[in-house]
Structure formats: structure tokens, C-alpha cells
Design a protein around this ligand. Sequence first.
Ligand SMILES: *Cc1c(COP(=O)(O)O)cnc(C)c1O
Length: 381
Amino acid sequence: MLFDKIDPRQRAWVEVFPSAITQNTLAIKSLLSDSCLLMAVVKADGYGHGSETVASAALRGGADSLGVATLQEGIDLRKVGLICPILVLGNLVTSEELDICLKADLMPTISCIQQIKLCQKIAEANSTKFNVHIKIDTGMTRLGCDLAIASELIYLIDNLPNIILKGIYSHLALADGESDNYAEKFTSLQKTKFEKFISHVADRSHSCCIHLANSAGTFLGKELHFDMVRIGLALYGYSPLKKFQNNVFLQPALAVRAKVTLIRDVPSNVGVSYGHTFKTKSPSRLAVVGIGYADGVNRALSGKISVLIDGKFYPQVGSITMDQLVVDITENPHIKVGSVVTLLGPDGKACISPFQWSSISGSIPWEILCGFKYRLPRVVI
Ligand SMILES: *Cc1c(COP(=O)(O)O)cnc(C)c1O
């Protein structure tokens, strides 16, 4: 078919480097004790990198299990033949959802008594056992069971013959934020609450997997690792906090690239793009690039970012529009229509990190990485 031959790099695309994911997994594993497991968190289509690509690459690097946010994400991984343990980190509530969860051999996160009773009913109806993780809230105040009734929930499982308690976990609220006194104290408080709870139910918890840390918690230290760590951002090549950057060598696993579609030579004092927020100060050469905010290049970045062409930086000028943006290439007469522009990620020795974008747009690197839209084909390198 003629249409099947369209080059995914015709206009703009996301390059994904699975070998970087594998290397990052190995590097993170080197921080863990031998008995500590690593869950690769591949929710939101593998933070925008493509969940199957990322999951396979992380498993090659020695990840022991996968974490997803939704039922559909888990099913998609089963469909491509992955057979490792998969935990659904989001909340499943209806019996229909939990029934599919069981049949796809995914583990649900349980936050309340009603949910665990529903799981028992469904497993019994299917004459099988349901593997579950219980989540307890130690201060995130999102999913998880109140500490006050968490023991009741754990002990209830003794009377539910079709439930197997595979894990008990909690989630850190402040480990990856600004590390001020409050944050440090709060993380330590969460750890203490978690430990206290675990020791309280020691007779039930010794045979299941205890886990607390995300990427930031993992870098903070072994005392937060317990039996397993859940790694998202670091898997994709970025340390959540600058102070951890030297803990381990991480490689970016994604680059966003687009092509120059037109070159314009314009005189001085010419307004560029919507609103004329930028005017040329001298005669200039401008490159029109085929990528815009509909692809995930946030409009708030307009006129505040640089792009890379052949390893050198050029300023983006004027408003970023839905499908296109403009770059000032006056310095370099060799750039041509078809030249490749790197918006984010590595190009030669240079690299643009999602931290650079997030500090401008008031976002966070997590949101930047999972913000690239489906109009950008994923090209696996
Ligand atoms: C997303 C998520 C993680 C991974 O967090 P990172 O900061 O990206 O490492 C871990 N645990 C839970 C419960 C999550 O939802």
C-alpha cells in the first residue's frame, strides 16, 4: 500500500532508545541490595516512550515486575506476551474491572475492605486465587487504606480463602520535591509509620513483598528500599532531584525531533508568528520547523527554549503554534530544508533535558515526558 510507505520521520517523531532503558535498569540495580527487587513503572505508555518497548527493555536489564496505572495498560502488556508479575497501581472498583484483572493475571491495588471482599467473591466464582497488593496510606492522602483499619484489612485476608496477599505497600509524597526540612522530616515520618505498621502485622507480612520507594526514595537511601523499589523517572534517564545526579549514571531514553520545512530570509524589525511577540533585530534567517503544541511542545515555552541542530543550539522565536514553530538560524547558512532539529533529548554531545522545559513552563519532567502526543510516531532505535 502506498500509504504504508510514509516515513515516520517525514515531519516530527519521538526516537526511543531501549538500550538506554536496559542500561538504566542495570545502573539502578547496582544501588540495590541483592535481595531487593525492581519494579519498572511503565504507566502512561511507558512515560510516553511506548510501554511494550520500555517493558521489554527493562526486563532485559533485570527488572522483576512491571507497574501500570490502568487495567487497559496491563492488558496491552499481556497481549504482547509479557508474562512477568504486573501490578495495577490505579484503583479498580467495579466487579467487572476486577474480574478482567483476575483473568489477565494482573494484581490489583487494594485500598479498602469492600474491595478485598469483592476480589474474594470474584476469585471464588472463578474457582481460582486472586493475587493482590494492599496499599496503606502513610501520608500521601490519595490511594491507600487508613492506618487505623489497615491491620483489620490484612487480618481479614485469613478468612478469605481465595485471596493471596502478595504485597503491602505505600507511596512517598515529598521525596521528589524540593528537599527542605519539612520534606525530609515527612519522608522519614512516612517511613516510620510504614515500618511500624509492617512490624505490627509481621506474622502476615513476612511472606509478601514490602515496598515504599519511587525513584527519589530509591536514591535517598537503602533504608527506604524494603523488598522492592518502584522505578519510573530514573528508568527513563533522569534523576528526580539534581542532588542525586551523581549517584548513578543515567542515559536519556527519548529524543523529540522534527524537520526544517522552510527557510526564510527576512529583514530587520519583522514580527514573527502569532501576536508578533518577537521581532527580528537585524536581517535574519529563520527556519520553520514542523512541530507544535499539538505534538506536546507546550506553548508556554514560546521564545524561551533553544533547539539543537547538528549538536549546536539555536533559539526558538515567536509563539509556538499548533503544528509549527520558528527557529532563528541566522548564524548558520548550512542548515537546509530537511535538516533535523532536536527539541528534547540528546543530539551529539549536547542534550536538552525535560528539567529545562519544566522550569520554564511550571511543569515537572514527568509531565513533559508523557506529554508527547500520538501524532508523533515512536521510532525505536
Ligand atoms: C508513578 C509511580 C511510581 C514511579 O514514580 P517515579 O517518581 O517516576 O519513580 C511509583 N509508585 C507509584 C505508586 C506510582 O504511581
